[in-house]
Design a protein around this ligand. Structure first.
Ligand code: ATP
Length: 308
């Protein structure tokens, strides 16, 4: 009985592990699929001028290619326009925030800056270099993304943080975790930084996952940041704490914030208001309020919802 029990139980563990890693593999392959759509240009050079880079979108038009909808990659052709004539600049070390309704094209800006897709019209430059002319590895090394929903690997907490900088020492990993205010939580787990994350290990809340992602980004220390703000999931105390952390790591970095709450963009160098793939208003918070247009009504709406 015992002999039978142990192998079955063992198989159960293996099965769960395989299932979980397939989920991760699936995610990885989907990401890689997206990356396969772009290729390094012949003679592509590493991205340079990264001390304090300016990011520019110049008359960018974009449509996702549509196929059979199953991702089989057959018969792809441009679908409906998702971005139309987008132009803006994030001056070196400044923060530009993008707001607008769901589907306006905000996250697409981030995907294009990371070059998951190539644009057919217009230009995106970093420190004056067209991102299509530089190596993808150097581009991605220069950009840190804190996404809405962070992907964590089925591995130790230490691995998940060090993923931002392969070869990082334990001290560097811990320092990043302290700055992201997740160190105490990790240290309290039975195996500390050696604790496994995921189905069979440490289960992390949305906020904790995001802190791990912040620690990863702090360790990577890239000159350009993209924050894709969480739409929900976090309670407001957590939300405020994470917001404060993001703001502090964004200091002196060239940062694009995709915002879902206007309260988090008030201090941005510039706010872009998007709708249906276009920028319909732009300016500082004060300028946009004075304009009494779309932003001002979104602000009034959120203020009254917050007060309710
Ligand atoms: P949200 O606030 O809901 O995240 P968003 O402003 O970030 O929205 P995007 O994700 O940029 O919007 O999407 C812009 C448009 O592009 C949407 O109409 C969306 O349906 C479409 N879209 C997004 N990703 C793809 C894709 N991979 N293939 C085809 N269409 C897509």
């Amino acid at each position: 009985m015992i002999q039978l029990y142990i192998p079955l139980n063992f198989l159960g563990v293996i099965y769960r592990e395989i299932k979980q890693s397939l989920t991760d593999l699936d995610k990885m392959f989907r990401l890689m699929d997206q990356q396969r759509e772009v290729a390094d240009a012949a003679g592509a050079a590493p991205l340079g001028g990264l001390d304090s880079p300016t990011v520019r979108f110049e008359d960018v038009h974009f449509a996702y290619e549509t196929g059979d909808g199953n991702g089989n990659g057959s018969g792809l052709e441009p679908g409906r326009p998702v971005l139309q004539g987008i132009g803006f600049e994030i001056p070196a070390g400044k923060t530009v925030a993008v707001v607008g309704p769901s589907g306006a094209g905000k996250s697409t800006l981030a995907r294009l800056l990371f070059r998951f897709y190539d644009i057919r019209q217009g230009r995106i430059t970093i420190a004056g270099q067209d991102i299509r002319s530089v190596t993808q590895s150097s581009l991605r090394q220069a950009i840190g993304i804190v996404p809405q929903d962070s992907v964590l690997f089925n591995d130790t907490v230490a691995y998940n943080i060090a993923y931002g900088r392969p070869g990082a020492t334990q001290e560097q990993v811990e320092a990043a975790a302290r700055s992201a205010r997740i160190h105490d939580f990790i240290a309290a787990a039975p195996k500390g930084y050696g604790t496994l994350v995921g189905e069979r290990g440490l289960k992390l809340s949305g906020g904790e996952k995001q802190r791990v992602a912040i620690a990863r980004t702090l360790l990577k220390n890239p000159p350009i940041l993209i924050f894709d703000e969480a739409t929900s999931a976090l309670d407001s105390a957590n939300e405020r704490a994470i917001q404060a952390q993001l703001q502090s790591i964004a200091q002196h970095k060239t940062t694009l914030v995709i915002a879902h709450r206007l309260s988090t963009v008030v201090d941005a160098h510039q706010i872009l208001v998007m709708d249906s793939g276009r920028i319909i208003e732009r300016g500082t918070h004060a300028q946009l309020l004075a304009l009494q247009g779309r932003y001002a009504s979104m602000w009034a709406l959120q203020q009254s919802a917050g007060a309710a």
